[in-house]
Design a protein around this ligand. Structure first.
Ligand SMILES: C[S@@+](CC[C@H](N)C(=O)[O-])C[C@H]1O[C@@H](n2cnc3c(N)ncnc32)[C@H](O)[C@@H]1O
Length: 399
């Protein structure tokens, strides 16, 4: 169990909200007979109405611990991310499309900066739709658009579910990693599903210690094929991603003509389920501190898992889409022209050039976001030449 000693303590109000969410989770565990699948726990911890991490009032996105935030994403780091993505989006819009849809738009930075860049490219879409589950984030997005792109804000509309049909470009940055996963543990050669139960409460337990992992043996017919294929009988912990794959199928069913661009951390299946990857990828973020304990402050911290991009590609292909490219974030951004865009700043103007160059370096560096983050493009009904962002270093063959 993660010790919280060195981490900033939540406010009394935040602790009270976490405690209320824990009550609901506890009731769900009881209603399920004492054991809840991890996917249901993660879904409640992140999305329970009004109390989940994304549906409640946590600050979430920001640059450092002083603003009460927990992590930073690429669009928050620098507008050069959105400007570069705009080049790829522009290539697709030029094929007779005039709408963009963004999933899980965070603070609204990507929306504001992408619209601004598309306007500068002379490719402003008629409509920009944000699909957002959280009312609190929708308000933040409206504020960001009013501040950063007020003259474009009236093109933006919000939905809380997918429409039946859409033609255009769909984008999602770090959305798939926020979708609930199921956990599995192979112990002494036997597979178990790892769920959540009440923890034994010691008198001095804090709110983070109310729940604990509980493993249930899996009948052999219920072992997912990707797990059954992991060679050896050494201990392994890993995840499966039915929700993200279901989401991909729904997006595929919705898309008439257009492209889907998803950016996230993860690997192809051969790497994800490699026998040497024994600890799984579940990770939690609280005040810019990454740690593995999902039971710390339910509702006040982010819980994520890496993406199995092979599963996403398969779900997309099953829905009739074509895999148009798969590359590391560094490759994608360089192919799409991030360095040329950066060089529009004057290197002699250190005050603006250096922070921008630092942020771009973070997006590209192998040691930071450049290699772990991947970009996948899925299309239907578009010109089948390779999209600009995948011109060199396309790794679709690894999926
Ligand atoms: C890690 S945040 C990323 C936010 C933003 N895209 C960024 O890059 O800063 C994950 C977001 O995905 C959203 N999300 C998760 N599942 C979703 C779904 N099925 N539809 C739309 N948004 C979803 C969450 O509500 C959250 O806003």
């Amino acid at each position: 169990m993660q010790k919280t000693g060195s981490l900033p303590l939540p406010s009394a109000d935040a602790l009270e909200a976490s405690s209320r969410l824990s009550e609901h989770i506890g009731e769900a565990i009881d209603a399920a007979g004492g054991w809840l699948g991890f996917d249901r726990y993660m879904s409640m911890a992140l999305y329970a109405p009004g109390l989940g991490y994304y549906s409640g009032g946590a600050a979430k996105f920001g640059r450092d611990v002083r603003d009460g935030s927990d992590f930073v994403t690429a669009p928050e780091l620098t507008p050069f991310f959105a400007r570069t993505v705009a080049r790829q989006v522009g290539q697709w819009l030029a094929e007779g499309l005039d709408a963009v849809m963004e999933f899980g738009a965070g603070t609204g930075r990507l929306a504001a900066d992408l619209l601004t860049a598309l306007e500068q490219q002379g490719q402003l879409p008629r409509r920009y739709t944000i699909v957002e589950l959280s009312g609190e984030l929708r308000e933040r997005q409206q504020r960001t658009l009013a501040e950063r792109a007020p003259h474009l804000a009236d093109r933006v509309q919000w939905l809380d579910a997918l429409p039946a049909a859409f033609d255009g470009v769909v984008i999602g940055n770090e959305v798939l990693d926020a979708m609930p996963v199921r956990l599995y543990a192979r112990q002494r050669g036997l597979w178990h599903e790892r769920g959540v139960a009440h923890a034994d409460l010691s008198p001095d337990a804090n709110v983070g210690a109310r729940f604990a992992y509980a493993d249930r043996p899996l009948p052999s017919q219920d072992i997912p094929a990707v797990l059954a294929a992991i060679p050896g009988d050494h201990d392994v912990i890993t995840e499966t991603h039915a929700e993200a794959e279901g989401f991909m199928r729904s997006v595929g069913a919705m898309l008439g003509k257009g492209a889907v661009l998803l950016i996230d951390y993860g690997f192809p299946a051969a790497e994800y389920y490699h026998p040497q990857r024994t600890g799984g990828t579940l990770m939690c973020h609280y005040r810019h501190h990454a740690h593995p304990d999902p039971f710390l402050y339910p509702g006040l911290q982010d819980i994520t898992a890496h993406v199995n991009f092979s599963g996403i590609a398969l779900a997309a292909v099953e829905a009739g889409l074509t895999v148009a490219g798969f590359a590391s974030q560094a490759r994608f951004l360089m192919n799409a022209g991030i360095t040329e865009l950066l060089m529009t700043l004057d290197p002699a103007d250190a005050a603006s050039f250096l922070p921008a160059a630092n942020a771009v370096q973070k997006l590209l560096s192998e040691a930071e976001m450049g290699e772990l983050f991947k970009v996948i493009a899925l299309t239907r009904g578009l010109d089948d030449s390779l999209p600009a962002g995948f011109r060199a270093g396309d790794r679709s063959y690894t999926l």
